[in-house]
Design a protein around this ligand. Structure first.
Ligand SMILES: [Zn+2]
Length: 144
């Protein structure tokens, strides 16, 4: 174990304690200098990715304690990504059946229903739930 001052690709230097064989440590340092981000920049990147999802889907502000909201925003971004991925597989099927217009209309409604959940609790409770199940629940809500 040893401490290294590593200058990451973002230009910031951090002291990191590295373990493992010397060759592994050196390959980590080489990677960090080429493509790694310091912990502050990595955190900002993550926040920017979350905000990009929120903007893309026009997601509302969440309600709950500050801690719940911060955690729920991370989960919501993950869930929306999984839902979009699942919808992409459905789109492929819709294309094969020449039903893209119907698919797009339906997908937009379901995304809106899922995205409309403003309680931080909802996202925390649904963490790890398969996208297919969330879409099915949204479908049931709109079918009523
Ligand atoms: Zn940095």
């Amino acid at each position: 174990m040893a401490k290294y001052d590593i200058t990451f690709s973002c230009g910031h230097t951090e002291t990191r304690q590295l373990v493992g064989k010397e060759t592994q440590r050196h390959s980590y340092i080489a990677w960090a200098e080429r493509a790694g981000r310091c912990s502050a920049c990595a955190k900002l990147d993550k926040m920017a990715a979350i905000e990009a999802v929120e903007v893309e889907h026009d997601l509302p502000a969440l309600t709950g304690s500050d801690k719940q909201v911060a955690w729920a925003r991370t989960i919501r971004a993950e869930i929306m990504g999984e839902v979009m991925e699942y919808l992409t597989t459905l789109r492929v099927k819709a294309e094969a059946q020449d039903k893209v217009a119907e698919y797009e209309e339906r997908a937009a409604v379901l995304l809106q229903v899922i995205g409309a959940n403003t309680a931080a609790r909802y996202w925390i409770d649904n963490k790890g739930r398969p996208a297919r199940e969330l879409l099915l629940s949204a479908h049931k809500v709109t079918a009523q």
